[in-house]
Design a protein around this ligand. Sequence first.
Ligand code: PLP
Length: 404
Amino acid sequence: MTLDEARARDAADPLRGFRQRFDLPEGVIYLDGNSLGALPKATAAAVADLTTRQWGERLIRSWNEGWIEAPLRIGDKIARLIGAAPGEVAVADSTSVNLFKLLTAALRANPDRRVILSEAGNFPTDLHIAEGVVAGIPGATLRVVPRDQLAEALDDKVAVLMLTHVHYKTAERFDMAAWTARAHEVGALALWDLSHSAGAVPADLNGANADLAVGCGYKYLNGGPGAPAYLFVAARHQAALVNPVSGWMGHAAPFDFADGYAPAPGIKRWLAGTPPVLSLAALEVGVDLMLEADPALIAAKSAALFDTFAAIGDALGLECVSPRDPAQRGSHISFRHPQAYPLCQALIAHGVIGDFRAPDILRLGLTPLYLGFEDVVRASAILADLLATGAYRDPQYAARHAVT
Ligand SMILES: Cc1ncc(COP(=O)(O)O)c(C=O)c1O
């Protein structure tokens, strides 16, 4: 694709107006929105209002003027992005903590089954948390197998099949409906990590009959660094599952200040402590912005950006480890390269911000709301140049060329 062709594609892009809604620095092509989403322009004003007016002027009265409802209000908004119903999603804690809560609850609710099954190479925190969960439950074990052995390992001992919908390294995407059905066939629950899915690719939890899910707020939802995470519990499980982090915000009547814990009905019981109101304000802006975009257009543009990059990668002789079929991948493209680290550093030095995942993956996020075809063409021209000269191999290259 030439620069002119890319500009023509951008001009015809129905999502092109969204780019103006983000604060992107001059001279940067941002290909890391799958790790930390860009800053929406409206965020600064929302956070300023939160601090100066809501906190500064209204003080504690603000708890009754929208703060206390924020975790479930924003949860209902995220629900619309992931195929959940109102009352099935809460914003709380981090993805890691939410995994702990849901896995522990699922094991406690089903004492006949003691196995959490997951994939080798799943995002580390998912496996680490599962390890911590089984360590605290007598007889429980974590079974971790390569993707091609999951079907065989899914037996009637499994309480929860825990999978990440879109793989953080390769962007491979599981068929959520098919794997949820397989889990249900053996009587297990399916828990999905949607961190690389929400706001990027279609995720239809209820369409897939999924049981549980978690996800990040700081990637494609553009909620800001360390944004609160969310969790989903299908309505049919809400009465039976109990939050092991039994904090007062998940109590049926927190302001009765009772000694004993009585879980709130519905999704509210998954809250634990006082919600992080400043962070929620930033997250809500990102979620509201995402809700304005048509998910079908996001998916189509993600696929087109990927195809453009993949074709250029092919021409450059790069090994693409992400699936070519859009239905089988997320919204980033990953190339395997023996020198992926210095190559990534050199790209960053030229303002093309992607990331490196050990040992040999160059990972480039394709965020349809603020990335255009011109960005892809410009980034790949820089990549082509680096590969042609081999200059990036010089350990001092990135330092010498750094854009400040
Ligand atoms: C699939 C997945 N799960 C979880 C996380 C992170 O969890 P936390 O927000 O608790 O650090 C990430 C972060 O990149 C991720 O990619």
